[in-house]
Design a protein around this ligand. Structure first.
Ligand SMILES: *[C@@H]1O[C@H](CO)[C@@H](O)[C@H](O)[C@H]1NC(C)=O
Ligand SMILES: *[C@@H]1O[C@H](CO)[C@@H](O)[C@H](O)[C@H]1NC(C)=O
Length: 361
């Protein structure tokens, strides 16, 4: 007992000694650290300056081409042990992902050129029904923001057809009533703007940076996420949307900053559709994209037969998610589709197979 006490006492005093050292030791440690960090900062600060100086102006004047860039498919020679290994890895990753809360069903397709290489289906089509079977590649899913691909396809197609003169046209060219306040005013750095857009320089004169079609299609428009005082279920018209925007403000100077906007894609879709023969966004998508590509299991309307084939959606909390009708915002998130249909679209966009949606570059 006594020995234990003294041992404890010794340990206590050792601790005290240690504690005495702790303050100066940690002080000197942080001092050395701060000297090191300052040194690194100065080094970093001077390094690029020297570099750009020595490499000359040709580095900064080269135009940056950002989009579209996708890998060219190369022929696959059988057998493919590397591919088999890679697909097993995909399988493992997706199986693992299914543990995330609210994720009850998952379907995946891997394609190469015009061929389906692999399909994976995980979980249950109805996660709250223990007797439910797994989904398959023909199970319907709400594709929410993947729907935003379609207004972009429309923009490119109308540009190819000449309905849209330039991707860099300001929106007001197609919707004369469009105005919005830009508190950030004039563009001060035209060169930076042109780099962001992946274009040649447009000229040195400062001018208000417009909300262009290209910026709307790439989250660079600076438009707010939604129309002021509307929910995603808003049932207004495009005219009403434009009059709401008159009193609204941009959240970023167009072309300078990525800002997620559901409004931008819906506005783009509805405004462009008004310049087509169909006159309606959903009809245009059906006639020009879904029907030609044979995407019969993709659409906007949650009819009883679609609902019957739909995988049940859940919130992160595990509560089943209701099926909303997004009203005016439908182009940004209303669509349903299947893994098989989206694989068809991906094949066409990657240039596999005989079908074309857009002309190659
Ligand atoms: C892609 O598919 C097309 C059409 O079947 C075929 O002609 C072409 O050789 C394929 N390319 C590759 C890289 O497999
Ligand atoms: C999913 O299963 C639950 C429990 O059996 C059931 O109440 C619900 O109606 C099912 N949902 C659908 C869309 O079939």
């Amino acid at each position: 007992m006594e020995r234990m006490k003294t041992q404890a006492g010794r340990q206590l005093s050792l601790l005290k000694v240690k504690k005495k050292w702790l303050l100066p030791a940690s002080c000197s440690f942080f001092f050395v650290l701060s000297v090191l960090m300052t040194g690194c900062f100065l080094w970093q600060y001077y390094l690029p300056k020297l570099k750009t100086g020595s490499l000359g102006p040709e580095v900064t004047s080269a135009p940056v081409r950002m989009c579209p860039q996708h890998p060219e498919p190369v022929p696959l020679a059988h057998p493919l042990p590397v591919l088999k290994e890679a697909l097993e890895k995909v399988d493992r990753i997706l199986r693992q992902a299914l543990f995330a809360p609210g994720l009850a069903a998952m379907s995946a397709v891997v394609i190469h050129n015009d061929t389906v290489l692999w399909t994976g289906n995980f979980g249950k089509k109805n996660g709250s029904d223990p007797a439910s079977g797994p989904p398959n590649e023909y199970t319907m899913y709400r594709i929410s923001s993947v729907s935003k691909i379609f207004p972009v396809l429309m923009l490119y197609r109308l540009w190819e057809e000449g309905t849209v003169a330039s991707l860099d046209d300001p929106l007001e060219r197609y919707a004369s009533a469009f105005t919005i306040n830009n508190p950030l005013g004039m563009t001060s750095a035209p060169q930076q703007k042109s780099l962001v857009d992946g274009l040649e320089e447009v000229g040195p004169a400062p001018r208000p940076s417009p909300v262009t079609l290209r910026r709307m299609a790439s989250q660079l428009s600076g438009l707010p996420r939604r129309l002021r005082s509307t929910s995603l279920l808003w049932r207004g018209s495009t005219q009403e949307a434009l009059s709401l925007l008159k009193d609204d403000v941009l959240v970023a100077d167009p072309g300078t900053r990525c800002h997620y906007s559901t409004l931008a894609f819906s506005l783009l879709a509805h405004v462009l559709a008004a310049h087509t023969v169909q006159g309606d966004y959903q009809r245009w998508i059906l006639e020009k994209v879904l029907e030609p590509l044979g995407m019969a299991d993709t659409g906007f309307d949650l009819t009883p037969s679609v609902r019957a084939r739909l995988a049940v959606g859940f919130y992160g909390s595990g509560r089943p998610a209701p099926l909303y009708n997004l009203g005016w915002y439908r182009p940004s998130g209303q669509m349903y589709s299947t893994a098989a249909d989206l694989a068809k679209l991906a094949m066409v966009l990657l240039g596999g197979g005989p079908q074309r949606l857009l002309r190659p570059d």
